[in-house]
Structure formats: C-alpha cells, structure tokens
Design a protein around this ligand. Structure first.
Ligand code: NAD
Ligand code: NA
Length: 396
C-alpha cells in the first residue's frame, strides 16, 4: 500500500516501514562511524523500540558487539493497517543485527506485567545466561500495577499553583498562552506509580533473584531536568516527582547490587522530539528554540548521538563513572550550558506565531516528529507501494 502520515494531535496513526528502517540504518552507521566501545556484551533493554531505548540497543550491538534482548509494547501490522513505528524499527534493527552475526531477540508486551517479566527472564536464562547491562527506558501514560491490579494514569501538571505560559501547536505553528490547573495528591501518586522507579526496582529484583545478573552488572534509567522555563510543568510538576523517585531508586538498587559489585545509574539526557515529549505542554516550544540555538552552536544531538556519547564518554571509559553531586550522569551538559540557556530564554520572550519560524527551529521539530514515524526521511520514495506486513525476525 501507499503509506502517508495520518496525524491526530500528538500522534501519527500510520508508520512507514522503509522510512523507519532507514532511520535505524542511519543510527547504526553513526555508531559504527564513531568506532568500537569497550562496552557491555549481554544487554537487556526495556523500552527498546523507539527513542533513547532504541538508541541504547543500537549502541550496545553496533558499538560493542553485544547480544541484545529488547522489550517493548508496539502494535503489529494488520492487512491494510500499518504497525506502530517501534515495530518497524525493531524489525529493521534485528534484521541488521542478525546480518552482522549478532544475537538479537525481543518480546512485545506490557513490561509492567508479571507475565512479560517472567517471559523475559526465561529467555535470558535459556539464551544468554547472565546480563551485564540493563537499560530501563520506558515512557508510558499508564501502568497496571502487577500486585494491586490498579491502573494508574500519569498526568503532566504543575504542583501547587496554576501554571501559565506559552506553548506552540507544532503542526500549525500557532503560539498561544495556556494555563494548566495544578495536580492533586492522587495525580502525583499516579504519575509516580507510572514513571517513578518502582517497576525498574522490580525488574532488577527479579533478575537478581533468578541469578541472571552478571558480577559487576550495571543498570541505567533515563531522566530529564531542563531549565527554569519548563520547571513548573516538568521538573517541579507531577512528572518531576516521578523522576525524583526514579533517581532515588538508583541508590536503592545500587545497595541491593552491592554483593554483585553492581551499580544503578540515572543518566540525565537532553530534550528531544519523541512520542513521549511531544505530548508535554510548553516543551515543544522550548525544544524548537533549543534546537535553533544548539544547531547554530554546532552542538545539536539526537538520541543516537546522546547515547553513543553516554556509552563512550561516561559509562565505558575504563575509569570511574563521573556523576553530579546527586549521583547522576549528565549528557544534558550541552543543553544546560549557560550561554545556550541564556539565548533560549531571550528567544522565548520574543517568540510569537509570526516570529517563531525564524526565532525557533519549527521546521526541524516537524521533521523530527515525522521522522519518528518513518516519514520525511531522505532517500525514501513515498509514492511507491510498500508492504505493511513486516515481521520481526527475533520476536519470541
Ligand atoms: P519513547 O516513547 O520513544 O520510548 C518509549 C519506549 O517504551 C518504547 O520502546 C515503547 O514501546 C516502550 N513502552 C511504553 N510502554 C510500555 C509498556 N507498558 N511495556 C513495554 N514497553 C513499553 O520515549 P523516550 O523519549 O525515548 O523516553 C524514554 C525515557 O527517556 C523516559 O524515561 C523519558 O522520560 C526519558 N527522557 C526523555 C527525554 C526526551 O526529551 N524525550 C529527555 C530525557 C529523558
Ligand atoms: Na525509549
């Protein structure tokens, strides 16, 4: 079929298999171009199909020749209906990994559930024995708790007071003021239940109890901080509470891994266009200004550049891992540079619907958004018929 984008708000209902495959190939080629990393050999990536998780799987496999198991939640294709992009990304990744002689298998289902954890543990036991790196990169709007059965929905709200600021509808380019009502206690608890560290801790507990973590095993989860501009809705909002919890969980996990000499880290990554971040109010306007400034400075990075740098210059340098005062690895260092933030803050004040096409990188935002779904990718002919029924070669 001929596949075109069908956009509804923050999501695109269609995805292009060849476009997604090309994105994956570009990421693989980037990692190879940066040379080998003395990194992990057996890697489990939870949230492996898109964004930072996919970049982590690609960096592990093509930077360190690692065997990888990916866990993700994606929609398979049906006749006349495309799969979700992570499905096509994973198919492309596993095809390339197998062609390179690398072990790569995956599990599609709810990573929060007991069933998917058990299935993953059984696969590790049968095929890999022990894991030396676990990447935790889930971004989900909801979680059904495996013990209570309660389904928690996360919200993106400020805490304490109404937050009013500008935002942009990145499809239309219209800049407008929005006000977001503050969260109540239940909103905070629900968001922490979904995006906090409890599930990360459960994965590590279960892996360890089953003897599936290698001595010196490392686990990394991803966080975000960002500037004062977005603080009320991000770091000091409901999602920020979840990130506080995630960051605290790293210390709890490190304690539990002491006998294995293992360690848990949180890496603070830069703001990027992903399916998760497009849904957060105010962030798209911030990202379009940030892209403009970072591209002008020659320091813009996407997920793959971020994660390649995380592995090569933070996690696997041969020396001790450098962290900030709160124990976090920082690869948002270029985003948070004072000169970068001063420029973004100045542009923020002058950005209107009329000026944003020049003050911000709205075009870059839109392109990255379409790219997430395999559209607007260089080298792909979108007028050509394509087969939506793609299989994932390593799907268990
Ligand atoms: P993403 O939407 O691209 O990826 C989410 C992944 O989680 C996908 O592989 C998806 O299939 C998987 N997933 C979602 N629900 C699942 C479930 N129930 N079971 C199994 N898999 C499930 O998101 P992302 O932006 O790469 O986010 C990953 C992490 O990075 C998050 O913790 C996010 O907060 C963090 N982060 C994001 C940014 C950013 O700007 N995008 C910046 C810093 C940190
Ligand atoms: Na991810």
């Amino acid at each position: 079929m001929i596949i075109a984008p069908r956009i509804r708000g923050f999501i695109c209902l269609t995805a292009h298999p060849e476009g997604c495959a090309q994105n994956v190939l570009n990421q693989i080629n980037y990692v190879k171009s940066k040379g080998p990393i003395e990194g992990p050999k057996k890697v489990l990536v939870i949230g492996a199909s898109t964004g930072f998780g996919l970049a982590s799987r690609i960096t592990s496999a093509f930077g360190s020749d690692a065997s990888t198991i990916g866990v993700y939640f994606e929609k398979p294709p049906a006749a006349g209906k495309t799969a979700s992009p992570g499905w096509y990304n994973t198919a492309a990744f596993e095809t390339q990994a197998h062609a390179a002689g690398l072990y790569a298998k995956s599990i599609n289902g709810d990573a929060f559930s007991k069933e998917i954890k058990e299935k993953t543990l059984a696969l590790i036991k049968a095929d890999l024995g022990q894991i030396d790196l676990v990447i935790y990169s889930l971004a989900s709007p909801k979680r059904t708790h495996p013990v209570t059965g309660v389904t928690h929905n996360s919200v993106l709200k400020p805490i304490g007071e109404v937050f009013t600021n500008n935002t942009v509808d990145f499809h239309t380019g219209i800049v407008s003021e929005i006000s977001i009502q503050p969260a109540n206690e239940e909103d905070i608890e629900n968001t922490v239940a979904v995006m906090g560290g409890e599930d990360w801790g459960m994965w590590i507990d279960e892996l360890k109890a089953a003897g599936l973590l290698a001595p010196g095993a490392t686990t990394v989860a991803y966080s975000y901080i960002g500037p004062a501009l977005t603080e009320a809705v991000y770091r000091k909002g409901t999602i920020g509470r979840a990130k506080d919890h995630l960051e605290a969980t790293a210390f709890t996990i490190t304690d539990k891994l002491k006998d294995l000499n293992g360690k848990a880290y949180v890496s603070v990554n830069k703001a990027l266009v992903t399916q998760a971040s497009s849904a957060i109010p105010v962030i798209p306007l911030y990202i379009s200004l940030l892209y403009k400034v970072m591209k002008a400075e020659g320091i813009h990075e996407g997920c793959i550049e971020q994660i390649q740098r995380l592995f090569k210059e933070r996690l696997y340098t041969g020396a001790e891992v450098q962290t900030d005062a709160q124990g976090r690895i920082r690869v948002d260092d270029w985003e948070m540079r004072e000169d970068v933030q001063a420029k973004v803050a100045a542009l923020w004040l002058e950005s209107t619907t009329e000026s944003l096409p020049s003050t911000g990188d709205l075009a870059g935002y839109k392109k990255d958004f379409l790219n997430l779904f395999g559209f607007d990718v260089a080298g792909i002919d979108y007028e050509v018929e394509t087969d939506e029924m793609v299989e994932i070669p390593g799907l268990v």
